[in-house]
Write a protein that binds this ligand. Structure first.
Ligand code: ACM
Length: 535
C-alpha cells in the first residue's frame, strides 16, 4: 500500500515488530538519514532507536552498488535491511519503511506502539530525476513553519525539487541585504483581490523570509533530499521590485505593489543598471541556494512598455535585434551567461524560447507541450509542467461547490493520467531530454495553508506516481493504495479534498473564479505558442 508505487513489491510470510528494543545500525556515511529516521520512528517505539550493530532485531542501513536514488528494502522476522546507492536512496527506503507501518505511525506522539511491519522485499527506483513542485509564495505568503511542513509532505511522496516562486508583481519574499527596500516596500501589499476579478478585501497581506530563514529552509530540505530551486521572475512579474526601486521600471509614475491578479504590464526596463541590479540580487541568492539550477522566470512578459519606450527601442537598434521578443531573449541571455559563469544552470518558462534560447537554459514547459517538444528537439533539457495536467490551482471537480472555479477541471484521475514525456517525444531519442516534471501550486486564489492542503492533496500523491513509478500505471490499483494513504495524511493533519467534494468550510460561496472549458484553453495555448515552431 505504498505511494508512490514501488517498482517491485513482494510480500513474505511473517512480520517484524518495532519496539523499545529495536536497534538501528547505519554505515557512517548515512548518519544524517539515520538521525532523521530515529526522529520519525521515536513516537512509534516510545523512545529513540538504540544504536546497534547489524544483526537480529536491528534496522540496518547500508550502501550497495545501485544508482544513487535506488534502494532495496527487506523486512524479515529477524530484522530490516535497507541498501541503496547513496543517502538519497536510503532515505526513500526509509520513507517506504514508514508506509509499511499503520497510519498512526505518522502521528508525532501517542501512537501506543509497538507496531509491526509486514515482511516484504521491495526494489525501487525513480523514473525521473526531477520530481518537483512549484510553490508560489509570492502571491500569498506561506509561513516558514508551513513551508517546512510542506517539504516534509513532498519528501513523504518522494518528490525532490521545491521550485520556490519567491517574487512576483504582488510580493517580494527574499531578503536581499544590498537592496533592503525589496522587502521593506516589496514584501507587502495594502490589499488583495478576492477571487478572480472580485472586490478588494481591504486587508494588508505580506511576509518574507530572512536570509537566516532561507538557509534553514534549504538545509531542512537538503536533509530530506529536496533541492530548493529559487525563482526570481524576470523581466515580467516584477511590479513589487519596481515599486521598491522605481528606476527598474519603464515609467516616471511610481507604482504600488500589485494587488490584483493577471498578467501585468509593468515590466523591467533593459538598462545596464537594471541587469546589474538583478545580478547583485542573484549574487546573494546563489549564496543562499546551492541548487545547480536557478530559475529566472521569463514568463508572461508583456511587451507594451518596451514598445513605447525610446530606451528599449534604442537597445533593440544597438543590438541589431528584430523585435521585443528578441529583446527578451537577449535580456534572459545576460542571466544565462551570468549563471553559467558561476557554474549554475538557468531554468526559464517556455516563453524564453520565443526569441531564441540561451545555450545552457533548461525550459520549464507550461503552456501545453509544444515548448517541451521544441526545446527537447533542439537539444535542450526540459521540465514538463503543462497547466492542463499539473496546475493544482485548477479546480478538482465540476461541482458548484468546488472552491473558486478557475481554469479547467483537473481531477485526481486527470493528474494520474499525466505522462511527463509528451506523446510527440515518446519514441524519439529527445525523450531523454525530459528531466522530469513539476506540479504547480499557484496561489493567487489560494490564500492560506489550509487551502494549499485542499488544492494540493491528494493530487500530489497522484502526481508523485507519474514521476516516480514505472510508466505503466493502473488507476484502480492507485485508488486502493490511496485509500490506505489518506489515513496517513489524516494522521499528519493534512486537510486534503475528500473524494465526495469539499467539506462545508472548504467551499467559498460567492468568490468569483474564471472557469474555462478545455477547448477554450487549447485555443488559448495554441495562440500563445503560435510563434514556437516544432523542430
Ligand atoms: C506560469 O504559469 N506563468 C509559468
Amino acid at each position: 500500500m505504498i505511494v508512490p508505487k514501488p517498482v517491485h513489491y513482494r510480500s513474505r510470510p511473517g512480520r517484524f515488530v518495532l519496539d523499545r528494543d529495536t536497534a538501528l545500525a547505519a554505515d557512517p556515511a548515512l548518519a544524517e538519514v539515520a538521525a532523521w529516521l530515529r526522529g520519525e520512528l521515536s513516537p512509534v517505539t516510545g523512545g529513540e532507536l538504540l544504536p546497534g550493530r547489524p544483526g537480529p532485531g536491528t534496522i540496518t542501513l547500508g550502501l550497495d552498488d545501485l544508482p544513487p536514488e535506488a534502494y532495496r528494502l527487506t523486512v524479515a522476522e529477524d530484522g530490516v535491511q535497507i541498501d541503496a546507492g547513496g543517502p538519497a536512496g536510503v532515505f526513500y527506503g526509509a520513507q517506504t519503511l514508514r508506509q509499511l507501518l499503520p497510519a498512526s505511525a505518522f502521528r508525532k506522539a501517542g501512537t501506543g506502539g509497538p507496531l509491526a511491519l509486514p515482511a516484504v522485499q521491495i526494489e525501487d527506483e525513480p523514473r525521473f530525476g526531477w520530481r518537483g513542485c512549484i510553490l508560489d509564495v509570492a502571491r500569498h505568503f506561506m509561513t516558514k513553519h508551513d513551508l517546512l511542513r510542506f517539504i516534509d509532505l513532498m519528501a513523504l511522496h518522494k518528490l525532490n525539487v521545491l521550485h520556490l516562486h519567491l517574487t512576483d508583481d504582488q510580493g517580494w519574499r527574499v531578503e536581499i541585504k544590498r537592496y533592503p527596500r525589496l522587502t521593506e516596500v516589496g514584501s507587502w501589499r495594502k490589499e488583495s483581490q478576492t477571487g478572480w476579478n472580485g472586490a478588494m478585501d481591504g486587508r494588508p497581506h505580506g511576509g518574507y523570509y530572512t536570509q537566516d530563514d532561507l538557509r534553514e529552509i534549504v538545509a531542512y530540505a537538503a536533509r530530506r533530499h529536496v533541492t530548493v530551486v529559487p525563482e526570481i521572475d524576470l523581466p515580467g512579474h516584477t511590479q513589487a521590485a519596481i515599486a521598491a526601486y522605481p528606476e527598474l521600471g519603464n515609467l516616471d509614475t511610481p507604482l504600488e505593489v500589485g494587488t490584483t491578479w493577471g498578467i501585468g504590464e509593468n515590466v523591467l526596463n533593459v538598462e545596464d543598471a537594471t541587469i546589474t541590479f538583478f545580478q547583485d540580487v542573484l549574487d546573494e541568492v546563489l549564496e543562499l541556494f546551492p541548487s545547480p539550477y536557478v530559475c529566472v522566470g521569463g514568463d508572461e512578459c508583456r511587451k507594451d512598455q518596451w514598445r513605447a519606450s525610446p530606451a528599449a527601442q534604442r537597445r533593440i537598434g544597438e543590438l541589431g535585434l528584430r523585435d521585443e521578443e528578441e529583446l527578451q531573449s537577449w535580456f534572459i541571455g545576460q542571466f544565462d551567461e551570468y549563471l553559467t559563469a558561476r557554474g549554475r544552470r538557468l531554468v526559464g518558462w517556455d516563453e524564453i524560447l520565443e526569441g531564441g534560447l540561451a545555450p545552457g537554459a533548461v525550459v520549464a514547459s507550461w503552456r501545453g507541450d509544444l515548448g517541451a517538444v521544441t526545446a527537447a528537439g533542439s537539444g535542450h533539457d526540459v521540465i514538463t509542467c503543462p497547466n492542463t495536467s499539473v496546475y493544482f490551482d485548477y479546480r478538482q471537480g465540476a461541482g458548484e461547490d468546488e472552491p473558486i472555479p478557475f481554469g479547467t477541471v483537473l481531477t485526481l484521475e486527470d493528474v494520474y493520467a499525466f505522462d511527463p514525456v509528451p506523446s510527440a517525444l515518446r519514441d524519439s531519442p529527445a525523450a531523454s531530454r525530459v528531466l522530469g516534471s513539476q506540479c504547480g501550486i499557484w496561489t493567487e486564489l489560494i490564500d492560506s495553508n489550509r487551502r494549499v492542503d485542499y488544492m494540493a492533496f491528494p493530487r500530489v500523491a497522484a502526481f508523485a506516481e507519474t514521476v516516480w513509478s514505472p510508466a505503466e500505471r493502473d488507476l484502480t490499483d492507485f485508488r486502493t493504495r490511496l485509500a490506505a494513504h489518506l489515513p496517513r495524511l489524516d494522521a499528519i493533519g493534512v486537510e486534503y479534498r475528500h473524494e465526495s467534494g469539499p467539506l462545508p468550510w472548504q467551499t467559498r460561496p460567492g468568490v468569483p473564479g474564471r472557469p474555462e472549458d478545455p477547448a477554450q484553453w487549447q485555443a488559448k495555448i495554441d495562440a500563445w505558442t503560435s510563434n514556437l515552431r516544432r523542430p
